[in-house]
Design a protein around this ligand. Structure first.
Ligand code: CTP
Ligand code: MG
Length: 400
């Protein structure tokens, strides 16, 4: 295979802010939007845009977490990603990103991770303007509110003609040396790169931004992003960065007998049998399958997606776990090939309901074949003493 050329374009994703105004319990880029962080969503847009070196700038200590996010969305571009620690100001974080650029890079985009939902088309418009010869390009959107100039006391000093104004977004694109020189020459701190480059005397042109590219700054912004995600799925990754399969995964789970109610195992209710204890229904078979599928797709494990902080999965049965897992896989470009799971337990006796459980589990996975087998352990171990059940699953996933 011919190696892909070293890109001449780089995207610096600044994610090193603390998110004081959001106050989300973690640095802003690492606050969850759904089951994924703000950073993961921002990177999804970056990797859906044209191929580039990607430098993610994060608070010191968050490099590993950022790499995990990048790994999940970079597809075959992971070798283009580096993660570096940022500085106390956005401008110093941009400078840290610039220091990590490869020698061949001549064009740089700087993007706020806090703009988690920026569509790839905005990246494309900025890149196209740079390709057409611009030295500095920013996306903007019209200002819709009527503007006033106010003084320190809050009194209106003057009306401002809204038609002369535009709200600046990111990614902002520059010839590399222009941005680098403006940073070196800077004698003030600027909140965006266009201001820095303009202060250094360079003209900056604009292209159309996008309403979805708003910056998550406060709690209501976070809610807005969450509700947009709930109604519109994020853009699919481009074909060239799709993970290539097939891939296999393994998952195991154990639950002890205990608690009240009836037994739920392998997607079936077993009247008259002792229940298993757990945050959900204790269905070790379903949980082992979830782990095997997530592992196969490289999407973490059951704790990543179904932690005890998710009340909607308290008491949930296999169908809910498997359907959500299938959705997570689909979102990442995978479908289930097949699943094989073995139960180690003295009770219940699977022989009479094995095929029924296969049918139920398969239906929850959209029809993918599921094989269930069961065994005992000759009286040995906790399963042999009928203290609980163990399940072992393997799964195959293939690109959707
Ligand atoms: N940023 C950065 N390094 C900093 C400050 C900001 O990389 N020292 C990044 C943020 O992570 C964010 C973008 O610059 O993606 C825009 O900054 P802002 O929205 O102000 O984020 P925060 O500084 O994190 O938020 P706040 O100002 O509320 O603390
Ligand atoms: Mg800030």
């Amino acid at each position: 295979m011919i190696p892909a050329p070293v890109p001449r374009l780089a995207v610096i994703v600044v994610a090193a802010g603390s998110g004081t105004r959001l106050n989300g319990g973690a640095p802003k880029a690492f606050v969850g939007l759904d089951e994924h962080t703000i950073l993961r969503h921002a990177l999804r847009g970056v990797f859906a845009a044209p191929r580039a070196q990607v430098v993610v700038v994060v608070p010191a200590g968050f490099e590993g977490a950022a790499l995990t996010d990048a790994r999940e969305v970079a597809g075959d571009r992971l070798d283009l990603v580096s993660v570096v620690a940022g500085g106390d100001t956005r401008q110093s974080s941009v400078a840290a990103g610039l220091r990590a650029l490869w020698a061949d890079v001549d064009t740089v985009l700087v993007h706020d991770a806090a703009r988690a939902l920026t569509p790839p088309e905005v990246f494309e418009r900025v890149i196209a303007a740079l390709d057409d010869g611009a030295d500095a390009v920013i996306p903007t959107v019209p200002v819709v509110d009527t503007m006033k100039r106010v003084d320190a006391t809050g009194a209106i000093v003057a009306a401002v003609d809204r038609s002369e104004l535009a709200a600046a977004q990111t990614p902002q694109g520059f010839r590399r040396e222009i941005l680098a020189e403006a940073l070196t020459a800077a004698d003030a701190d600027h909140t965006d790169d266009a201001a820095l480059v303009a202060a250094a005397g360079h003209p900056v042109i604009t292209v159309a931004g996008d309403a979805a590219s708003f910056k998550i700054t406060t709690g209501p912004d976070l809610e807005r992003a969450r509700s947009l995600l709930a109604t519109a799925p994020p853009p699919a990754a481009p074909a060239e960065s799709m993970p290539r399969g097939p891939r296999v995964g393994i998952g195991t789970d154990v639950h002890a007998f205990g608690g009240a109610g009836t037994l739920w195992l392998a997607g079936l209710e077993w009247p008259g049998e002792d229940p298993l204890s757990g945050h959900s229904d204790g269905d070790a078979v379903a949980h082992a399958i979830v782990d095997a599928l997530l592992a196969a797709a490289g999407l973490g494990d059951i704790g990543t997606h179904f932690g005890t902080d998710r009340p909607e999965f308290a008491g949930a049965h296999a169908g809910a776990f498997l359907a959500h897992t299938r959705n997570l896989l689909a979102e990442a470009g995978w479908r289930v090939g097949n699943v094989s799971v073995q139960v180690q337990a003295n009770r219940p006796r699977f022989a009479g309901r094995r095929v029924e459980s296969e049918r139920v589990l398969s239906a929850a996975l959209g029809g993918a074949p599921v094989s269930v087998s069961a065994t005992t352990t000759d009286g040995l171990g906790f399963t042999g003493r009928t203290e609980g059940v163990a399940a072992f699953a393997t799964a195959l996933v293939v690109p959707a």
